[in-house]
Ligand binder design. Structure first.
Ligand SMILES: NC(=O)c1ccc[n+]([C@@H]2O[C@H](COP(=O)([O-])OP(=O)(O)OC[C@H]3O[C@@H](n4cnc5c(N)ncnc54)[C@H](OP(=O)(O)O)[C@@H]3O)[C@@H](O)[C@H]2O)c1
Length: 271
């Protein structure tokens, strides 16, 4: 049995694992021999993904259509997973958008759904599936985050706050779980060419990572470091940001949103 299999097998669970970055994770670990539990809300993506991954890699795939925001998420997932041993949990899905804190189209309920997907989901799946990993003294967890979570980021406000949570939780658990041989990684992504990121067509994407590049870096970092800032150009940009006063960093993130997604003008709050 390979070292990878011993540490992270026999099943990986990928939350938001049927498309984009999540699909790249599912494929990467399946290619290394792990069976995959893929949680996703896209039935169409799951229907095409399951037979493909089973045929391509000769592994089993449990494809579960589930909205990660549902309040009984843990019950639904644990019932479907049964006694399959999950040795690697990758929480990939995230609810992202750009705009003023008070948006025209969405309200507080939507922000609470963001908490469910970006915070409660990673918390409850980590809480449930890490415990047996600790007992077995083997396993791994990757929580996907974003450069927006490294400081408050205007016009990504609540998204950036939830992504700060993912970084803090993963880093803290990296520290706590090391003595139990359970690897935890906070994966801080920059702009990535995922299918779910549909709003990038108008941008110069030459420095963006592909999903495969991102996932290769993340899988190589798991077990070696607590935190990956993915992508060479993202690392360079982040280093420059880190050297600046906090307020300048925050302003630059706001400018990033305005220039790339908001037509060059700071949007009004919808009051
Ligand atoms: N893409 C980027 O540029 C970028 C940058 C920084 C950080 N990130 C982080 O990377 C992660 C992946 O982001 P991504 O946007 O690129 O997505 P992705 O990996 O391309 O896709 C995520 C998958 O999760 C599914 N999903 C979304 N919400 C779900 C829910 N409530 N329940 C079940 N499944 C759900 C999506 O299905 P549907 O499409 O049908 O909803 C999709 O299949 C996120 O945590 C994000 O914060 C991404």
């Amino acid at each position: 049995m390979s070292e990878f299999m011993k540490q992270y097998g026999p099943w990986a669970m990928i939350a938001g694992g049927a498309q984009g970055i999540g699909e790249a994770y599912s494929r990467d670990v399946a290619a290394k021999g792990l069976n995959v539990v893929v949680l996703d809300n896209s039935q169409e993506a799951l229907d095409s993904f399951k037979p493909e991954i089973e045929a391509d890699y000769g592994v089993e795939c449990l494809a579960l259509r589930v909205d990660l925001a549902r309040s009984d998420l843990l019950e639904v997932v644990t019932e479907a997973v049964g006694d399959r041993e999950v040795g690697l949990l990758i929480y990939n899905a995230g609810l992202a958008d750009v705009g003023p804190f008070y948006k025209k189209e969405t309200g507080l309920e939507y922000e609470q759904m963001r908490i469910a997907i970006n915070i409660t989901g990673p918390l409850i799946l980590s809480y449930h599936y890490a415990k047996p990993m600790l007992a077995r003294r083997a396993g791994g967890i990757i929580l996907m985050s974003s450069g927006a979570g490294l400081q408050g980021s205007p016009y990504y406000a609540h998204y950036s706050a939830t992504k700060a949570y993912d970084i803090a939780l993963a880093e803290a658990l990296w520290g706590e779980f090391r003595p139990y041989n359970v690897d935890v990684l906070a994966c801080v992504a920059g702009m990535t060419l995922s299918t779910a990121a549909k709003g990038y067509q108008h941008l110069d994407t030459s420095t963006f990572q592909t999903t495969t590049e991102l996932v290769e870096e993340a899988m190589a970092a798991l077990g070696k470091t607590s935190t990956l800032m993915a992508g060479e150009s993202n690392r360079r940009n982040q280093e420059a940001l880190n050297a600046m006063p906090r307020e300048a960093r925050i302003e630059i993130m706001g400018k990033h949103a305005i220039d790339n997604f908001l037509g060059g003008e700071a949007p009004e709050q919808n009051l």
